[in-house]
Design a protein around this ligand. Structure first.
Ligand code: BGP
Length: 478
């Protein structure tokens, strides 16, 4: 068994990281519009003292400019088509459609932009895959409502999702409700609008915000299915293959718990339509009482009615859990933490490169949920060197992707139903965690530096032609 003939090969991006044009055609401010780049960034994602106001004198805001895809989408999509993309995953900036998030009527100018993006994809027979919300909620929903911990957002998101589903139901078959919904524990600001004034560190708020997102997601799925039964609407979470540091049962139990918490909790609710059995234990771990959360019987009924059709997930790395491992070297991973895996190499940002971990992830998710799986993010963030003649030989990226595609093929041979593969940042864009351009993932190079200085010119890396051949041969020529 190998890749199906209709396998969705493609690439993935997110509005806030590439569009730029942050204040044109009626767009409002989103959370990423107020996040500076560079060293300040990582602190902010998780900080209690984050200032939400724009201070252009002291900070640069990389997402304001992105790669100016807003004005270059035709050129960019033409390059995707040249690579032979069957699918293109992108997100809609909530603030282009509802600038503050709580308006009653959408901003037509914002919708017109996505009309064109979709038309451009269809022109090349590329399936658009839309993430409704990808790390860019309207800032106003954070400052005026406290982010996702406020139930009012269910209605606002509902309005946003319904506008999109109605308008694009005949053109867009594949959807995802929230990007990396399980990221809230380490980036509550980006993920749920909880940082910092809104009690980002309080687990009660994270659980409440999740619940509200689950309900909002289920509502959108139910609405989409009633509108058009052919729509395929998925959830989207990060999967981190998690190994125990050693055979000590204490570490094994800790590993199992961390898997339940990180890899299963959100998927369980969105795929099975109910909170998992370990939920109360999880609340207890963080000192949260179920009765402190606002979860109604109607909500629980809705969760059952709005289960997703597939699981979209991102996979970049694996991690190692150790409760007892004092003295064990910490992993270089600023995002997920954990200890170092002596069997694996890490990227320059400390992300452990682990293709076998992807095979494990696919088998694990399929075994637990038995729904189709869509790898909607994967890739290697790296610093690329441009040679004097303008070429970029990114063999390290080819090597990473080749190994992960092979692992995916193994998983398909294991019996897993994989729908597609859209590597992250198919064109260079602003990094979510660093806010910088120099952490690049693309097959297409964009001439901009960390300060946003450069021509913005697009050029093909070596991986461009390689990936083109992978798609043309349906995964045979790696
Ligand atoms: C995921 C996000 C993306 C993306 C990617 C790479 O977590 O969904 O938005 O940016 O990771 O991360 P980074 O840009 O931090 O390297």
């Amino acid at each position: 068994m190998t890749f199906k003939t209709d396998f969705l090969w493609g690439g993935a991006t997110a509005a806030n990281q590439l569009e730029g044009a942050y204040d044109v055609d009626g767009k409002g401010l989103s959370v990423t519009d107020v996040m500076p780049g560079g060293k300040e960034r990582l602190g902010i994602l998780d900080s209690e003292s984050f200032d939400w106001t724009i201070d252009k004198e002291h900070h640069t805001y990389p997402n304001h400019q992105g790669i100016d895809h807003y004005h270059h989408f035709k050129e960019d999509i033409a390059l995707f088509a040249e690579m032979g993309f069957k699918a293109y995953r992108f997100s809609v900036a909530w603030t282009r459609i509802f600038p503050n998030g709580d308006e009653m009527t959408p901003n037509e100018a914002g919708l017109k932009f996505y009309d064109q993006v979709i038309e451009e994809c269809l022109k090349y027979q590329i399936e658009p895959v839309i993430t409704i919300s990808h790390y860019e909620m309207p800032l106003h929903l954070v400052t005026a409502y406290g982010g996702w911990k406020n139930r009012a957002l269910i209605e606002f998101y509902g309005r946003f999702a319904q506008v999109l589903l109605k308008r694009y139901q005949d053109k867009v078959k594949y959807w995802m409700t929230f990007n990396e919904i399980n990221s809230a524990t380490f980036i509550p600001g980006l993920s749920q609008g909880l940082a910092p004034l809104n009690g980002s560190k309080e687990r009660k708020n994270i659980f409440q915000a999740w619940h509200n997102q689950f309900v909002a997601s289920a509502q959108a799925v139910k609405f989409g299915h009633a509108l058009n039964k052919d729509l395929k609407i998925g959830c989207m979470s990060i999967y981190s293959t998690t190994y125990s540091f050693d055979a000590n049962p204490v570490n094994q139990i800790a590993t199992q718990q961390s898997i339940q918490e990180f890899n299963y909790f959100c998927n369980d609710v969105q795929v099975r339509g109910a909170y998992p059995a370990f939920t109360h234990r999880l609340y207890e771990k963080y000192g949260v009482k179920a009765e402190d959360l606002d979860i109604t019987a109607e909500d629980l009924a809705l969760l059952k009615e709005g289960t997703v059709d597939y699981i979209g997930f991102s996979y970049y790395m694996s991690s190692v859990e150790s409760q007892t491992g004092e003295g064990v070297e910490a992993s270089g991973n600023m995002v997920l933490g954990g200890v170092k895996n002596p069997f694996l190499q890490e990227s320059e940002w400390g992300w452990a490169v682990d293709p076998d971990g992807l095979r494990y992830a696919l088998n694990d998710l399929y075994g637990r949920y038995q729904v189709p799986l869509f790898i909607v993010e994967n890739g290697l963030g790296a610093i690329d060197q441009v040679n004097e003649d303008g070429t970029i030989e990114d063999d390290y990226r080819i090597d990473y992707l080749r190994k992960h595609i092979k692992a995916m093929e193994e998983a398909i041979a294991d019996g897993v139903d994989v729908m597609g593969y859209t590597p992250w940042g198919c064109i260079d864009l602003v990094s979510a965690s660093t806010g910088e351009m120099s952490k690049r993932y693309g097959f297409i190079y964009v001439d901009l530096d960390d300060e946003g200085v450069g021509t913005g010119k697009r050029s093909k890396k070596k991986s461009f032609d390689w990936y083109k051949e992978v798609i043309a041969s349906n995964g045979k020529n790696l």
